[in-house]
Design a protein around this ligand. Sequence first.
Ligand SMILES: Nc1ncnc2c1ncn2[C@@H]1O[C@H](COP(=O)(O)OP(=O)(O)O)[C@@H](O)[C@H]1O
Ligand SMILES: [Mg+2]
Length: 267
Amino acid sequence: MSFLQRWLVFAAAGWLAAAGLLSAAEEPNLTPEQMTEFLLNAKVINSKQLGTGKTHPWRLTLSDGTLTHDAAFQPVDILKNKEVIGGQTILNFRDTYHFNLAAYELAKLLGLGNMMPVTLERSWNRQRGALSWWIPKKWDMTNYPKPVPDVDAWNKQMYKVLVFAELVYDTDRNQGNMLVTEDWKLWMIDFTRAFRQDHNLLEPKNLMRCDRQLWEKLRQLDVNEVLAKTKPHLGKSEVQALMARRDKIVKAFQQLIAERGENAVLY
Ligand SMILES: Nc1ncnc2c1ncn2[C@@H]1O[C@H](COP(=O)(O)OP(=O)(O)O)[C@@H](O)[C@H]1O
Ligand SMILES: [Mg+2]
C-alpha cells in the first residue's frame, strides 16, 4: 500500500461532526476571478519566509485597501542535469514554480480547479514566482484528526488526488502538500517537482476509482489545449509525457471497469 493509499479510509467510521466543528472559516466570499484580480493587483504589505517544506517559499500579506489576505509566493526555478531523490536518479531535474502554474491550469481543464488555491504568476522582490491564495487550512495530512467524519466524501476527494498525481507524475505528493480545511475539504498545493518526462505511471495501483466528471474530462483532454493552457510553463516533451500517462490512466480504468463493473469504479 503506498503512502497515498493509506489516506483512504477503508473502514466505515461514525459521524463525529458536532455542529460547531464544521462552521465555515472566516474567509471572504470571493469568486476565483475576484481572487485572481486581488492576487494580481493588491500590494504586498508584509512578508515572512516559511520554515516548513523544502524550498521555503514566502507567506505574503496583501492588501487592496479594502481586503487584506495572505498568499504563498514560490519563486523556485532550478534545472539540474541530474538529481538523486530517494535513491532514484532523475535526469534533467526541474524544481520550478512554473509547475505550480501548470498544475493549476491543468486542474481547471479537468474540473479540479476547486481543489487548488487560485495561482498565478507575479513578480515580488525582483523575482518571478507563483502566487497562490492562502488556504485557511486547519490541518495537513500529518495532523488531521481521525476518524474523518464522512468517509465516503473524504475518499471521493482522495481518489481525485490520486488520479491527478499520476497524470502529473508527482514525485512530491507528500503529507505537507495536502491541506485540509475545517469543512474537511482537501487542497493540493506544491507541484514544483511534478511533471516528470516519464511516459510511465508512478503508482498505477493508486488508480482505484474515478469521479465521472473527471473521467469524461480526462478522456477528452486534448494535447493542443493542454499545450496552449500550460504555455510557457510546460515544454513540449513534458506535455507529451503527460498525454502518454493520460492514455495509460484511461487504459487502467477501462480494465478495472471490465473486471469490476462501471459502478464499482466510476462514481
Ligand atoms: N497556498 C497556501 N495556502 C496555505 N498554506 C500554504 C500554501 N502554500 C504553501 N503553504 C504552506 O507552506 C508549506 C511549504 O510550501 P510548499 O509550497 O509546500 O513548498 P516546499 O514544500 O517546497 O517548501 C506547505 O507545506 C504549507 O504548509
Ligand atoms: Mg511542499
